[in-house]
Design a protein around this ligand. Sequence first.
Ligand code: G
Ligand code: G
Ligand code: MN
Ligand code: NA
Length: 254
Amino acid sequence: LLLEEDICRGLQAEEFIPFLQPQLDESARVIGAEVLARWQHPQRGLLGPGVFIEVAERAGLVEQIDVQMLHQACHQLALWRKSPATASLSLAVNLSARLLYQPDFVDRLLRLLQQSGANPHRLKLELTETMLLDDMPAAIACMHKLRGHGIRFSIDDFGTGYSSLAYLQKLPLDQLKIDQSFVRELSENGNSLAIIKAICALAGSLQLEVIAEGVETDEQHKRLWDVGCRHFQGYLFGRPMSLEKFERLLTTAG
Ligand code: G
Ligand code: G
Ligand code: MN
Ligand code: NA
């Protein structure tokens, strides 16, 4: 209860901020970042989602965290849009099912994009398979509307849910995100490589982009490359970092 109340207070005080983890393309250029929430707690310091996401979910507060991340992401995209050096950067925001299924979510997000001046084509939403299966028809309708405005969709933690692959035909998707558990076992376990290979082949034939997360070593990077993966995220390229640090990385990597 205490943590719940503290999250409420933190939301009011706007203590939740986005950290950005770089995402790279085939030529190792930074093409954007995943937004990962952090809580700048006045007493406890900087807290990661491990401390608050589950409690926030149970308390029905995670939607508000997501909304605050969306606001800050759109604000940042609008600023980046003004300079040719940053105008093509995209941001991927994690969404909880609860937010996606709010009846006014589509209108609210479209209004946010319009008011912030962000380019909708630079916003990606990360959803999980299990969340989409809760109410597939609603998810499809929502995604079609947003995609009509240029917003893109990625399936997070792909391959870890208990879902069938049938939904891949039905959902308007842009990207599959290979779960880091497969990447982690890449060097030890032949099965992980086979699974990643299959995901890349599947994505290729469905004309979806693939990104691997949790890439920590050159060897993992190379193996992913060899099976056709061309987008990467992981400690090898950068940890989740403050906006200031991310922008410094852009200028030094530029
Ligand atoms: O950085 P990492 O520890 O940063 O994130 C841990 C988990 O928290 C991940 O599964 C990530 O998807 C989730 N997460 C991080 N930020 C957000 C957010 O803004 N909204 C939601 N719903 N989940 C988030
Ligand atoms: O949204 P999602 O569940 O995919 O969140 C990604 C999580 O993975 C975050 O907690 C992030 O900090 C973490 N992460 C990102 N890159 C790496 C990595 O290279 N290695 C490990 N172990 N964790 C990572
Ligand atoms: Mn994610
Ligand atoms: Na993930």
